[in-house]
Design a binder for this molecule. Structure first.
Ligand SMILES: C[S@@+](CC[C@H](N)C(=O)[O-])C[C@H]1O[C@@H](n2cnc3c(N)ncnc32)[C@H](O)[C@@H]1O
Length: 224
């Protein structure tokens, strides 16, 4: 479909309808792939099991974008969220996935060949958008393991997120239920709360291992 003929309605319709590919379950190899990367880099991979389709749907729930808008995904891993974001790309939205693990990055470029990926760190998001001549993002979806991350890295990623988002943009992330009391998550929640004016928390997605909640942050405090 030519880009110029896509309207907001066609994006919404395409996203609601989905495609055959998006209805397929994950590859049975995905858990093995993520587990093998976790064994190599436990702290940065942060999880032994990919997110479920239920959590993926909660992460994308209510997202309304128009052609030309930019979505950034942090840490796509084996691609459970990417698989749903593919509908938006098919409807004219610009997408970039930033993946730190080279092996997972290579797999993403093969599996989702119509989408753009960058091998690097989310802390460089603002520079990465400039490099690809992309506009500031309307939506940043994160699959990052903030509970395992040094607090200084959390803060660098949050600074880059603030810088890379539009004034009316949104940042979405998830947190495993059992992680919420961990000191690094407490620090992350404090740091993210001072960078955004609005916060929304979903109900618990039980059909995920482990159960998780989705947090949406909007109206970023604009940096001077
Ligand atoms: C918990 S896994 C989640 C994967 C996938 N989003 C999911 O929900 O199943 C975290 C992912 O973030 C990636 N990652 C970790 N630190 C990163 C960073 N600084 N920048 C980009 N990706 C990172 C890991 O390599 C891994 O693929």
């Amino acid at each position: 479909m030519p880009h110029s003929k896509i309207t907001h309605d066609t994006v919404t319709a395409a996203v609601k309808k989905g495609t055959g590919k998006n209805k397929l379950p994950h590859s049975w190899k995905d858990p093995l792939h993520l587990l093998s990367r976790f064994l190599v880099k436990p702290h940065s991979v942060g999880s032994i099991w990919p997110s479920s389709q239920h959590l993926a749907r909660a992460m994308i729930d209510g997202v309304a974008l128009k052609p030309g808008d930019v979505i950034v995904e942090y840490g796509p891993g084996t691609g459970p969220f990417t698989q749903l974001l593919r509908n938006h790309v098919a409807a004219g939205v610009d997408y970039i996935g930033i993946e730190y693990d080279k092996n997972l990055y290579k797999n993403l470029t093969t599996r989702f060949s119509e989408m753009r990926f960058h091998h690097g760190s989310a802390e460089d998001t603002a520079a990465i958008l400039k490099h690809y001549k992309l506009k500031p993002a309307s939506l940043i979806i994160s699959g990052l393991p903030f509970a395992n991350m040094p607090t200084a890295l959390q803060e660098r990623i949050l600074n880059a997120t603030q810088e890379a988002l539009l004034e009316d943009g949104m940042f979405r992330t998830f947190s495993y239920l059992l992680s919420s009391m961990r000191p690094r998550i407490t620090h992350f929640q404090k740091m993210v709360s001072i960078r955004f004016n609005e916060k929304h928390q979903s109900t618990t997605v039980l059909r995920n291992f482990p159960p998780a909640r989705v947090f949406s942050f909007s109206r970023p405090v604009m940096q001077k």
